[in-house]
Write a protein that binds this ligand. Structure first.
Ligand code: SF4
Length: 346
């Protein structure tokens, strides 16, 4: 029997089944209401590498503070980073702010509505451009994230499909009316039914056109890449205290924690009192960070590249944007009785 395909006449029933399934089973997220390009852009930036359920409170807090493009364009970098704090990949927050400034100041507030033009905005790659074009402007664009790549690879039974092939193969699924909903339905299908392991083919609206399922081994697609274990980096965070104030520096723009504040870090253990280690997993390395309380009176290191550094009281520490790891380091110092209890996060 030949493998199923998305050619006529099978494509139309599959397309209808997918849209019916989405209408019934789509999860309700705040970014699925009031789909302005701004809200879609913010949501898609937050959703990269982060589970949708985790993003919900961040998205709602962001929209309360910065409800539209103009508010974001006016916001300072610390405000933006504070709202992003905990989501990681902080360069995305900087890029969002630059994109808002570009649309407001250089494009007269007009948001691009085509994929190609959207891709010229700071931080907007092929996936985000297609998502904004489809969800906010209803364009027939296929946004290929990990979910759609997996669904497409299984439909095609292709262990390593190129994105261009996936777009060509999935294009017939897009109806002339409201094609954006199909794009979103594919993402949702990958997130909830066509899961990386144990796909629920029995519940899948595309089962009748799926080659991977027909071959009886959908999980073989796409082929798993060889993953080397992440490197471990050991570092030390120097806690310099002056009464109840803590020395913090602002991390350089362009680095891993661009623009965030935190205690200075170094590779070599400094003299002082060691606190319990903090472990954190970044996408490409594992960090084991030991906070060290510096000897009283020892001068703190200057910030790198002539950047900012400041003695910060507890209220300022609570207000400044810090990474998740640095927030844990500060909490350890508080638990050790070195700082007063900090106000809780908003
Ligand atoms: S039939 Fe199974 S493998 Fe194919 S798209 Fe649906 S859930 Fe994925």
């Amino acid at each position: 029997m030949p493998p199923p395909s998305l050619a006529p006449p099978s494509v139309r029933p599959a397309r209808d089944a997918l849209l019916r399934w989405f209408a019934r089973h789509a999860r309700d997220f705040p970014w699925r209401h009031d789909r302005t390009p701004y809200r879609v852009l913010v949501a898609e930036a937050m959703l990269q590498q982060t589970r949708a359920e985790t993003v919900v409170p961040y998205f709602e807090r962001w929209m309360r503070a910065l409800p539209d493009l103009h508010a974001l364009a006016r916001a300072g970098p610390d405000t933006v980073l504070r709202l992003w704090e905990g989501l990681g990949y902080y360069r995305r927050a900087h890029a969002l702010r630059r994109a808002a400034q570009e649309v407001v100041h250089e494009r007269g507030g007009r948001f691009p509505d085509q994929e190609a033009e959207l891709r010229t905005l700071p931080g907007v790659g092929p996936y985000t451009a297609a998502a904004v074009a489809a969800f906010a402007f209803g364009r027939a664009a296929i946004a290929i994230d990990g979910n759609v790549r997996r669904v497409g690879a299984r439909l095609l039974a292709d262990p390593a499909p190129r994105d261009a092939d996936l777009r060509a193969h999935l294009a017939p699924l897009l109806p002339a009316r409201a094609p954006g909903r199909t794009t979103e339905a594919l993402i949702e299908l990958g997130a909830t039914v066509c899961r990386p392991t144990s796909p629920r083919c029995d519940l899948c609206p595309l089962a009748s056109v799926c080659s991977g399922r027909m071959y009886g081994r959908p999980e073989a697609f796409p082929a798993a890449g060889r993953r080397s274990p992440p490197r471990t980096r050991r570092r030390y965070a120097a806690l310099h205290l002056n009464g109840d104030r803590l020395w913090l520096i602002r991390r350089p723009e362009g680095g891993l924690l661009a623009g965030l504040w935190g205690p200075p870090q170094q590779e070599e253990p400094p003299p002082g009192r060691f606190l319990p280690e903090v472990a954190h997993r970044y996408s490409h390395f594992a960090l084991r960070l030991t906070p060290v309380v510096a000897t009283p009176g020892a001068p703190p290191p200057p910030p790198p590249d002539g950047g900012d550094g400041a003695w910060c009281d507890p209220a300022t520490v609570a207000e400044l944007p810090l990474s998740t790891v640095d927030r844990k380091v500060v909490a350890l110092a508080r638990d050790a009785g070195l700082l007063t209890v900090l106000p809780s996060r908003p």
